[in-house]
Design a protein around this ligand. Structure first.
Ligand code: APR
Ligand code: ZN
Ligand code: ZN
Length: 375
């Protein structure tokens, strides 16, 4: 099967013919229909997300179950599934306290580049190839743990469903689960890629009264407006994005700020644009060696809350179907989020466009025998 492989120190993907093992116990073989192109894959290419290579990247996929291993109970052959990149184990401390997003086992397989059962199912003519976030969906097929395959309703086009594998669930959960934004609140969103635009849309759904969208690519501001932003800040010509937000909020700052870029400077700015006792949610992933600087006196005297959100603090089995219901009910617009579709062979072009900030989302689609790729 064809897959896009990222080798160590490589700047581009190489399309290679790989061998894929049959699914082992509690594993599932999925034929991919679509895989979104997310900045976290780019973080790997830029060395800011340290995972073992060579690997098949891609962690925002949807497809159809083609085979199941021994003991699989959650899905059946033929089921449509969205892949979850936090295949939580259900029995560790964090799963036990209702925080599957922090699952110890999911973290350790992410660092090791394996599947939860250990080892790799991907091979390049005898050489093992690592899995990325337990999903590896820039490939025609993938083997994942059964808890990573979330069954979904069959009437959702799978290219739209793919976005819910990462961007939409991350943005939705940051607003609904992490921040629990109340109706009437004001919120600023820094960074309007697939994840940030999902934050904007969910704020609209939550009934936020003021949604301030911030990006340095002006076209993103227009799209954010059409998806629910009430105000925009063009960050293309300035590093100061705090003053414009203060100006838009009676000098007080916004109730909430969502950082969806992953840079220390924008995290500091997001914190600085919230009001006293406001909340900043960091969604963007900065490199492990980076730090931010905060005024120590302001921590008690302004009492702002600074927190993070990993995969939107999702409970994937509940949240992914719920998000797709919102889409099918016309309340969440996933169609407008797809800027362009690519074939697997064009994946490097998709990443060039992502680097240039041109994409809300780019999606790799896999031609299906006898079927439309958007069906
Ligand atoms: N100020 C404002 N906007 C910025 C800045 C900046 N300094 N730097 C980048 N941006 C904008 C880009 O123009 C782009 O529109 O941030 C957006 C990022 O979008 P994508 O590259 O599409 O990233 P996305 O996939 O949405 O992920 C965003 O969330 O999950 C994490 O790892 C992911 O850190 C990444 C972040
Ligand atoms: Zn992602
Ligand atoms: Zn766990």
């Amino acid at each position: 099967m064809k897959a896009a492989v990222l080798a160590e120190d490589a700047e581009r993907f190489e399309i290679r013919e790989l061998q894929l093992d049959r699914p082992g116990p509690h594993e599932v073989l999925v034929r991919l229909v679509a895989s979104g192109v997310c900045h976290s894959d780019l973080h790997v290419m830029e060395g800011t997300l340290p995972v073992p290579l060579p690997a098949v990247l891609g962690h925002e996929g949807a497809g159809i179950v083609e085979a199941v291993g021994e003991g699989v109970t959650r899905v059946q052959v033929g089921d449509h599934v969205v892949l979850s990149w936090v295949p939580s184990c259900g029995h560790c401390y964090y799963c036990g306290i209702g925080r599957p997003d922090m699952c110890d086992e999911a973290f350790s397989i992410q660092l090791q580049g394996s599947l939860p059962g250990g080892g790799m199912r991907l091979h390049d003519h005898g050489r093992e190839v690592y899995h990325f976030l337990g999903t590896s969906c820039f490939a025609e097929r993938t083997v994942v743990a059964e808890q990573a395959a979330i069954p979904i309703r069959r009437d959702v086009p799978l290219d739209r469903a793919a976005l819910v594998g990462c961007a939409v669930t991350t943005g939705y959960g940051a607003v609904v689960r992490t921040a629990n934004v109340p109706q009437g609140a004001s919120a600023a969103v820094v960074g309007l890629g697939g994840v940030g635009l999902s934050v904007v849309q969910t704020l609209r759904l939550a009934g936020a009264a003021q949604i301030i969208a911030i990006d340095r690519v002006p076209e993103k501001l227009d799209l954010a407006r059409s998806l629910g932003a009430t105000d925009v800040v063009d960050a293309s010509g300035t590093d100061d994005i705090v003053t414009p937000v203060l100006d838009l909020t009676q000098g007080r700052g916004s109730d909430y700020a969502f950082e969806v870029v992953g840079r220390p400077s924008t995290i500091e700015a997001a914190y600085g644009m919230t009001r006293k006792a406001g909340m900043t949610v960091v969604v963007g992933i900065a490199a492990p060696h980076e730090h931010i600087s905060l005024n120590a006196f302001a921590i008690p005297s302004a009492s702002r809350i600074l927190t993070g959100s990993w995969y939107g603090q999702a409970r994937t089995e509940e949240d992914i179907p719920a998000i797709l219901d919102l889409y099918m009910a016309g309340r969440l617009d996933l169609d407008a989020m797809i800027t362009r579709r690519y074939e697997l062979e064009e994946i490097n072009e998709a990443f060039d466009a992502l680097r240039r900030g041109e994409l809300a989302r780019g999606v790799v689609t896999f031609p299906q025998e006898g079927a439309r790729s958007d069906a």
